[in-house]
Every structure is written in C-alpha cells, then in structure tokens.
Write a protein of this length. Sequence first.
Length: 391
Amino acid sequence: MNSIRYVDQMDLDGKRVLLRVDLNVPLRNGVVADDSRILAVLPTIEHIIGEGGMPIITSHLDRPGGKRVPELSLRPVSERLSELTGDKVAFVDEVTGPKAEAAASSLKEGSMLMLENLRFDPGEEVNDESFARSLASLADAYVDDAFANAHRAHASNVGVTRFIDDVAGGLLMKKELQALEGVLVAPERPLVVAIGGAKVSSKIATIEHLSKIADRLLLGGAMAFPFLRAKGIDVGDHRADGEAVERAKRMLDERPGSLVLPEDFAVDDGGRREVDVTGLPEDMNVLDIGPRTIDKFASELKAAGTIVWNGPMGKFEEEGFDVGTRMVAKAISASPAYSLVGGGDTNAALDRYEVRDRISYVSTGGGAFLEMLSGRELPAVKALVRQTVNA
C-alpha cells in the first residue's frame, strides 16, 4: 500500500538524526510508571547509533496546551532511557533555540540527545512552518517512528519533512504499517474483526470500511446499539442516534451476512443481570455482552484465519462486567490465527488477562490504528511517502 523508505535503508554515518518517537508515557511522582513505549522504539535508537548516527530524540507528553508545564517535562523519560540503554542521554530543556542548537551541534558519535516536550511549543500541534523549520535545522536526516501520532498533521511529523530531504520511517513504524497492511490487503480468510468500546462516533467510519472487507464483523459494547435499532429492536433512543442508525442500516442492507450482533447483554441492576436484546431496561446501564453472545463470538473467532480486535466488549474494569472482554481476549489468544490488536483499553485488557504474549502483533496506536482500519491515509505516512517518491 505504502512505498516508504525505512531507517534500515539509510546511510546514517556521521549524521545527526532528528528522531520523532511517541514517549507519551505515564509519570508517577516524576518517575516513568510504564516504559513499554520506550522499549518499543529502542530498536530504532540502537540501529541509528550502531550505524554511526546521532539521534536527536523528540516526543510529546500529554497535553500541555502550547506552554511549559514542569510536571510534563520529558526529563524523567530521558533518565529512564539512559537506564535502559546503559548510555547517558543528554537532555536539553527546550525544543528549539540556542541551547537546543548548541546541544545538537556538539553531539559525538555514539551519543544521543533528547529535546523537551514538543507540545510546550504552540507551533507543534498547528504544524507551524517556522517551528518545523527550526526543528529541521538541528539535523541532517529525519526518522519518524511515532506511529501512534501518525494520524496527526503536526510540525514534528509532517511539517519537518518539507525542510529535510533525507527522511525515513523507523523500525516500529515499519512493523506497524506492515501488520496493518497485511490484514487490510491480503489477510488469510476468514477475516474476523471484533469491534467494541463506548464511543460509536469515533468508530462508525472504521466499521463501515471493515464491513466491506471482513468476512465476519463482531460488534460488542455500544457499537452494537445502532445496528440493533436499525433492525427494529428497541434499545432506547439515548443509546443510538439517528445518523449512526442510518449508516448502520446501509451496512446491514449491503453486507447482511458479515455483521454479527449481540443476542443478549449484561446490565447493572445492583450487580450483573443478563437480559435479551429485546428486553433492555431503559434505566439501567448496559455494561457487558451476555453469555449467548459470548459463545457466538467465540465460535466465530475459533474459525478465523485472521483476527483484528479493537475495543472492549463492556466495562471490563468493573467487577462482574469483565466476562465478555475476558472471554474474547482468551479466545483470540488461544487461536492459531494471525491476530492484530490495537487501542489503549484493548491493550490494557491483554495485560489484565495476561495474554499479550500470545497475540501476533499488538499495535502501539489508538487513533492511528483506527484511521488505518478506516481505509484513510495517515498524514505522517503520506509525508514519508511523498519524500520517498521525490527522493
């Protein structure tokens, strides 16, 4: 799908390499609480250094709103990276400016530098040309390894590519794109996709695209409500808005055999109570799929040649309502099929049920993962493709 040059095709010897990664990690009391995002980009960092390059590492952390917020500094992240690599990571408390320029120009072979939180500068999220140019001036080459941010058109992943000719994707970017392209272009059939979660508006376009290519599309959580209502089942007006219902009806008309809907749910009635889809109480929260639905979904997953999963089946963090999500996670992990899982809550479920190591590939992306599943081109990937074509 995408013709991109990657970092393992670059001549890096003696070059300062502006490296965009996603180190948006949780901090507790000024210490990195989960270093999985750091570990994910270590191969790219180590490759650059091993090939004689000098990485200038850039990332955002949370949403400081274009101003300096001390508790969102990347300094603790640089310290954790130093511990993981066994090498000192120089840190400069600005993104662009005299200190950043001096630190970048003084880099020696085998050394690396981390700049301050990109989003401390208001130019980052608006893709400001001047800010992008200043970032680019620090380096001789550019590598984007921040797949999780690839659906954003920011200065550090789109704008900067206009001012550096020598650009490429990182090793994590390569793995992410190859995994997604594999299931979208040439999956082993049947392709079974499970979509859950609570926010229908953020996933309806993804469901539309996947309904055209998936052999079976399992809809759990709130995703099922527009489809049930489109079939004439009263799920309550507050659970499915008009536009989503109209889109669901079109999908049901076009691919009636591919959409697999719940037969029952679990509601909060002072505890777990299972009810048929035709008898959902108006005044109770629907927090999980029911046992008949779990069995149906498990059967579809067992027959799959390729599996994609995004979104929990219910409020799995709440006691008594994790059954559907747990059973889907277990069914996918037990399957010999190639499995691709993405999304923050979904990845958290893999860890909760200790099945991450039995999934073929776990994406680091949330929004970017959904955008690609929707068939859309990611702005950062488009920028890399453009530079590859023009090289």
